[in-house]
Design a protein. Structure first.
Length: 165
């Protein structure tokens, strides 16, 4: 199974996705980690973003072929990007579950004001992506993150995943 955890910067998606992957015993692929590891001169251009998503797509294909569950963590802000993953998963006879993470803007502002281990996104990046993000129209789980509800989020996610297996 492929689980795509998506949302805007500062929503809490990476913290959640890493904990979910641990709970599932799944592989965990984070777009920020890939960018930092493989792209020395980062400019966040569309070309660079597609390169990161392409590396994630390759990792997903390998995980599926080796029958590993995988949690993919990125903004997945465009339908065209999500479609690339859906088409590859379908070609490998695998399903994708989407989990969207949201948070109140004041929490996002607070989170993005602090240094984070992998992400370089700040509040300006959040505001830009907020205006161009294309909503996911298909059925998916939406979880609202605050600073104290990770256990409830994980419980809801596990119930959702169980219901879709």
């Amino acid at each position: 199974m492929v689980i795509i955890v998506f949302g805007l910067p500062g929503s809490g998606k990476s913290y959640f996705a890493s904990k979910l992957a641990q709970q599932l015993g799944a592989l965990y692929i984070n777009s920020d980690q890939i960018r930092l590891q493989f792209i020395a001169d980062r400019n966040y251009s569309d070309t660079e973003k597609l390169k990161v998503y392409d590396m994630m797509l390759q990792a997903m294909g390998i995980a599926i072929s080796q029958r590993h569950e995988i949690v993919l963590d990125a903004t997945f802000y465009k339908q065209s990007i999500r479609t690339m993953f859906e088409e590859q998963a379908a070609s490998l006879q695998e399903s994708i579950l989407y989990i969207e993470i949201t948070a109140k803007e004041e929490i996002i502002r607070e989170r993005l004001s602090k240094p984070r281990e992998f992400s370089e996104a700040d509040f300006e990046v959040y505001l830009k992506l907020k205006t161009i993000a294309e909503p996911l129209k298909q059925d998916h789980l939406v979880l609202h993150s605050d600073n104290n509800n990770i256990n409830a989020m994980l419980q809801d996610a596990m119930e959702y995943i169980k219901s879709k297996r």
